[in-house]
Design a protein. Structure first.
Length: 159
């Protein structure tokens, strides 16, 4: 399953939003009909996981948790306390709980960003927040992939 794309949508007065068609089609191929929604740990957005992706994430987390370590228990508890299970209705809408919308600063317009095995949901007003400036993105990608950075190449050429 590949959840890919950058698609805008709007919530209605009840907090329901249509999942973009591209994502609905990808989710239909996944096992299970529920989705797991939570506030992202690091960013001002929500994360939406298909059941299979969520189960893999939970398996990975559980493998690292020592139930006899109080700090591990607190981290595990806090991670799970912000979770909501949501089910798309027959029209492909999901109800996004008000507390999660507020936590992510989402009012009405949202941006769905496919992240491969999960979806990020951002306030559309935060158009730049999820992304690096182009030159920083290029440099970070080069470093991540083990290549010389474009800025590094320019510095060496100047010598």
């Amino acid at each position: 399953m590949q959840l890919l794309g950058n698609i805008e949508a709007k919530t209605d007065s009840k907090g329901r939003v249509f999942l973009p068609v591209a994502f609905r089609k990808a989710l239909q191929s996944a096992e299970g009909d529920s989705l797991v929604l939570r506030k992202d740990v690091y960013q001002q957005c929500l994360t939406l996981y298909p059941e299979t992706s969520w189960n893999s994430l939970m398996d990975s987390l559980r493998a690292r948790i020592n139930r006899w370590n109080p700090q591990h228990q607190q981290v595990y508890r806090q991670f799970l306390s912000d979770v909501e299970i949501v089910y798309p209705d027959s029209s492909g809408r999901i109800l996004m709980p008000k507390r999660l919308l507020e936590a992510a600063g989402i009012s009405q317009s949202v941006r769905f960003i496919g992240m491969g095995d999960y979806i990020e949901v951002w306030a559309s007003e935060q158009t730049e927040t999820p992304f690096l400036p182009q030159d920083e993105f290029q440099e970070a990608l080069c470093q991540l992939m083990g290549g010389a950075t474009p800025a590094g190449e320019q510095k060496e050429e100047a010598r």
